[in-house]
Design a protein around this ligand. Structure first.
Ligand SMILES: NC(=O)c1ccc[n+]([C@@H]2O[C@H](COP(=O)([O-])OP(=O)(O)OC[C@H]3O[C@@H](n4cnc5c(N)ncnc54)[C@H](OP(=O)(O)O)[C@@H]3O)[C@@H](O)[C@H]2O)c1
Length: 342
């Protein structure tokens, strides 16, 4: 497995990060695997040399962090691995999709979400307890909090770094101006800046190429995009009637994917990907990850619900693409509205 530095930090990470959102409680989202089904997949990822794992407090209402900690304690040495988690959303089974409770009911109770000083101090301790670890390598803000002054957030994040609970901090989907503002506030006050950006970027959604990616490259911020396979859409087995006749549990039950993808132009992207993948004798998934690795990404954060999916991701690290092949994959892309900030 190839490794690289996480942005300008000294942290060494594998060129692939395993997304732990797929492991936890099926009661949270039907396509999530339970502990028994998850264990061999995570074990195989570790055996393939992956040392970078991304979870969040909200995934499976905390159970994803519990399993992440349990598996990594079982399979790895703590000093070799890089554990990333996130905070922002409320944590609870009723909040499976962010801020809105299931069925549109209850709003999250006060102080149980967002990026206030109180919330950050509480959330970091709760994550450490669930992980069963005494520090987090990369602590990320899952979203921008418009209700809290960014100075309060950046100082509190700096304080959890200085307290030894967190080694580095990162951010996730937001507008480029918000990220630039946060970095400036940190720099001006000599607080810890973000080392990484976990954004929404894949062959079917490339709007980040406009502002966020050039900003991060200029500033030496690591790019660790989420959903590199567009939640499975790029794999080639998704159809317009997935909700009723989908090929996999996730195809049938992932309520977010149809809001982000499934446009006619997205199906055309999959068609192009499939044509080149066939010509190169690799799977769509391998080629989609390889494309990202050729675009200056540090490590895509990929999801896997079956053992061979790990192997197909690992194969991407060694796959070389010519400039013509990259251009062939990108030709015909149609701009999307900004998606994935909420
Ligand atoms: N920061 C954020 O806001 C945010 C948002 C979303 C995700 N994330 C992070 O990103 C990680 C990955 O997200 P994701 O699961 O949506 O990523 P993804 O890699 O785009 O999609 C994963 C899905 O693709 C399918 N798949 C994977 N490999 C395949 C293969 N070789 N052949 C066929 N199908 C394959 C599987 O679906 P099937 O089960 O249908 O086979 C799998 O569940 C998460 O675990 C989380 O850590 C972060």
């Amino acid at each position: 497995m190839q490794t690289t530095r996480l942005g300008r930090t000294g942290l060494v990470v594998s060129r692939l990060c395993l997304g732990m959102m797929s492991y936890g409680l099926p009661a949270w989202r039907p396509w999530v695997l339970d502990e028994a089904a998850s264990r061999p997949i995570v074990k195989h990822a570790v055996e393939c040399g992956i040392n970078f794992f991304d979870t969040a407090d909200m995934y499976s209402a905390g159970e994803s962090e519990v399993l992440t900690g349990r598996f990594l304690r079982e399979f790895c040495r703590r000093d070799e691995i890089v554990v990333a988690t996130k905070l922002f959303h409320p944590v609870g089974l009723e909040f499976s999709s962010g801020m809105a409770a299931k069925g549109g009911g209850r709003r999250p109770p006060p102080n149980t979400h967002g990026l206030s000083r109180k919330r950050i101090f509480h959330a970091v301790d709760a994550s450490l307890e669930r992980l069963g670890m005494d520090y987090i390598d990369l602590y990320q803000i899952h979203r921008w909090d418009p209700a809290t002054p960014i100075e309060e957030t950046m100082e509190a994040l700096h304080d959890v770094v200085k307290a030894g609970k967190v080694r580095h901090i990162g951010a996730s989907s937001m507008w480029a101006w918000q990220f630039a503002k946060a970095q400036e506030v940190a720099r001006a006050n000599r607080w810890t800046p973000f080392a990484s950006m976990q954004n929404h970027y894949n062959l079917a959604y490339r709007e980040e190429e406009r502002e966020m990616i050039p900003l991060c490259r200029d500033q030496g911020v690591a790019l660790i995009p989420w959903s590199p396979l567009a939640r499975g859409f790029l794999a080639g087995n998704r159809r317009a009637d997935d909700a009723t006749a989908g090929a996999t549990t996730r195809a049938r039950s992932d309520e977010i994917a149809p809001k982000l993808y499934y446009r006619a132009s997205d199906f055309a992207t999959v068609e192009r990907l499939g044509t080149l993948a066939k010509a190169k004798g690799v799977s769509n998934a391998t080629l989609a990850y390889a494309w990202l690795l050729h675009k200056g990404v540090t490590a895509p954060i990929f999801g896997a619900t079956k053992l061979p999916q790990i192997d197909q991701a690992v194969a991407a690290v060694e796959l070389t693409l010519s400039a013509e092949e990259v251009a062939q994959l990108e030709a015909g892309y149609e701009p999307h509205p900004v998606l994935g900030h909420s």
